[in-house]
Design a protein around this ligand. Structure first.
Ligand SMILES: COc1cc(/C=C/C(=O)SCCNC(=O)CCNC(=O)[C@H](O)C(C)(C)COP(=O)(O)OP(=O)(O)OC[C@H]2O[C@@H](n3cnc4c(N)ncnc43)[C@H](O)[C@@H]2OP(=O)(O)O)ccc1O
Ligand SMILES: O=C(O)CCC(=O)C(=O)O
Ligand SMILES: [Fe+2]
Length: 344
């Protein structure tokens, strides 16, 4: 006799991707084993092997009220590429609201979420999806997401999903000041004097906010939430909840460090665009998220990016002293398209 769950398992792509149920839909079926489509190659699950994890280590925690904050930010960007900030000025209420809004969006029925899939969305700026690049991946990732590209408040008011737009916009708005402070500190060490209009477009001319949902998983040890990748942003401001599971690669080593959640903090990481513009001084570090066997997890990254039509390359200010460029110039939107068109 065939059950509804058996017929779903016989066509996972239809149920998860095409019908908009996502991995949340699969998790809600109460499966007790992971569908084979999600089984990752052993080497991609390595960070679950304790010999590769450094339990004693943590990425730097930086107090934004500390008088030496600028040096701490630049040192962390050079040595770790990742750090957490506290006393950053984004109110706790704003952080809690956007996490709640994320749960609200993913709690919607599939027929409401599918309206925002690549095929149905009324705009390129709003996209609901699952895994990273399901068409390209040999094994899928245990994550659903809503990706919101910021064009203007008016566009967001009209087109972003009602259940989460105000909270996502408020998080973006209230993070602007800390993003400026971080970038000002980072560029000063690169010999750049100020963020004028041209530099503003180059460093932060576009922003995207993603709402990520990682449902409880029947066999977390066999899959990943997000596979190993580095972000293509200038920098990323990440809000995570208290579940944990984000791991960061230790620079130049094959070991991984857990980013333990700290209530009220934000995780900051340098992205590829800033690694390139700093001629390799600041590091865009690989990271990944494991799946969790007992809890649903949400996270909300704000990707601060160059404007898509910017040409990015090592900054002239960095090369002034005679340093040789180690990266070519590239059109930023080409770089991003390349990133999205292949699996992690
Ligand atoms: C989902 O799991 C993720 C996501 C991430 C994300 C990290 C980041 O977003 S970092 C910041 C990205 N930078 C920008 O958004 C910069 C500004 N945007 C652009 O330059 C453009 O919007 C564009 C992203 C390059 C898209 O340009 P467009 O001309 O519209 O090109 P398309 O042909 O439509 O798209 C190319 C290709 O990418 C896929 N794609 C586009 N947007 C997204 C998205 N938000 N999420 C997922 N995939 C996207 C699109 O479907 C196309 O693929 P095809 O297979 O259809 O060719 C980090 C980690 C994760 O796990
Ligand atoms: O969920 C997380 O903690 C990290 C997500 C991530 O790396 C991304 O969306 O780029
Ligand atoms: Fe990331």
């Amino acid at each position: 006799m065939s059950t509804p769950a058996m017929s779903i398992l016989s066509n996972i792509t239809k149920f998860v991707v095409n019908e908009g149920n996502g991995v949340k839909g699969l998790a809600d079926l109460g499966l007790d084993t992971l569908p084979e489509h999600y089984i990752q190659p052993r080497e991609e699950r390595q960070c679950l092997i304790s010999s590769n994890v450094e339990p004693e280590e943590s990425i730097p925690i930086i107090d934004m009220d500390d008088p030496k904050v600028a040096d701490s930010i630049c040192d962390a960007a050079e040595k770790w590429g990742f750090f957490q900030i506290v006393n950053h000025g984004v109110p706790l209420r704003v952080l809690d609201n956007v996490k709640e809004a994320t749960h609200r969006f993913f709690g919607l029925p599939a027929e409401d979420k599918i309206k925002y899939s690549k095929e149905n969305s009324p705009t390129n700026s709003v996209r609901f999806g699952t895994s990273f690049s399901p068409k390209e991946e040999k094994a899928l990732e245990w994550k659903d997401y809503l990706s919101l590209f910021y064009v203007s408040d008016d566009e967001a008011a009209q087109l972003w999903p009602t259940v989460c737009k105000d909270e996502a916009l408020e998080f973006m708005r209230r993070s602007e000041y800390v993003i400026w402070r971080l970038l000002e500190a980072l560029i000063t060490r690169l010999n750049v004097k100020e963020i004028d209009e041209t530099k503003e477009m180059l460093f932060m001319g576009s922003k995207r906010i993603n709402l990520n949902y990682y449902p409880k998983c029947p066999n977390p040890e066999l899959t990943v939430g997000v596979g190993r990748h580095s972000d293509v942003s200038t920098l990323t401001v990440l809000l995570q909840d208290d579940v944990g599971g984000l791991y960061v690669r230790k620079k130049d080593e094959d070991s991984w460090i857990h980013v333990a959640p700290i209530s009220g903090s934000l995780v900051i990481n340098i992205g590829d665009a800033l690694q390139i513009m700093s001629n390799g001084r600041y590091k865009s570090i690989e990271h990944r998220v494991i799946a969790n066997g007992s809890k649903n997890r949400v996270s909300v990254p704000i990707f601060v990016n160059p404007r898509p039509n910017e040409i990015i390359g090592p900054l002239p200010e960095v090369l002034e002293s005679g340093e040789k460029p180690i990266y070519k110039q590239v059109l930023y939107s080409d770089y991003v398209k390349h990133f999205f068109r292949k699996a992690h």
